[in-house]
Design a protein around this ligand. Structure first.
Ligand SMILES: [Zn+2]
Length: 120
């Protein structure tokens, strides 16, 4: 592995949130220490997420996974309550931990006002 980074960050494509996510990442991870997987719905399709985590782990030796879902996500539609997002985030975390036991996994729920709530 010729080059490494600390983490992979998985978040939704929704344009409304990108500036909040950019600021949060710069504050919490710096500018250049993470891979980024932009997926419609965040962890909505957990197997797509796992595939990206696997690639990031193999290519860049990450030690951490950061999963961010958000309020009013179009992929979830009207059923996208905070509770539903929290359940999906925790399920994704558990699946990732089972497959990649050495990786740390943090999950967040991002509100439309830009505030992040840590879920695990
Ligand atoms: Zn979304």
């Amino acid at each position: 592995m010729s080059h490494k980074c600390e983490a992979i960050v998985v978040h939704c494509m929704d344009y409304r949130l990108q500036s909040y996510i950019n600021q949060w990442l710069e504050t919490n991870l710096g500018k250049t220490s993470y891979d980024r997987a932009v997926m419609a719905g965040g962890v909505f399709d957990v197997y797509d997420v796992i595939r990206q985590v696997d690639i990031s782990a193999r290519l860049h030796g990450i030690s951490k996974v950061i999963l961010i879902n958000h309020e009013d996500c179009g992929m979830y539609g009207p059923g996208g309550t905070e509770k539903h997002h929290e359940e999906d985030l925790i399920e994704a975390e558990q699946k990732i931990r089972r497959i990649f036991p050495t990786l740390e996994v943090d999950t967040y729920y991002l509100n439309l006002d830009g505030t992040f709530e840590q879920k695990s």
